[in-house]
Design a protein around this ligand. Sequence first.
Ligand SMILES: [Zn+2]
Length: 147
Amino acid sequence: MDKSLTSRFEESPELDKAVRFILSTVPERFPEVFSVKYSLVFTTKDSPIHYAGQCQKVSDKVRFKTGLDYVISIYKNNFLQIAKEEQLKVLIHELHHIMLDERGRPRVRRHNEAEEFCELPTHDKYSSGVLDTLIRNLSMKPGEERL
Ligand SMILES: [Zn+2]
């Protein structure tokens, strides 16, 4: 592959695993995620401001050609500096950006569209119940799902 791409983007089985853990533990909190296609990518690019993650809808032509609706970028340099719990918050937050419009088309939920869906994942109370459930599940099943 093009070296300029492989130097900036990476696959991350750990990220995929963490998202599978989130979605399988609290599927009811992400009903819309199951009806769209998204992909996660680790990027070494600098993030806009201080973000650790970003959820973007792809263009219609890319959707048409790839079947992908969203790309969730995780900014490796920032993400790896935060605690595991904060990393989960970031992933939960980015997944909560996924929603369908009234006609069932994928779009990105804006921060002001849900109560306490704060731009900063650490302040995002919209996701806090999800995190509590995840942590309970992690401590109940030691060794089963290691993040
Ligand atoms: Zn956000």
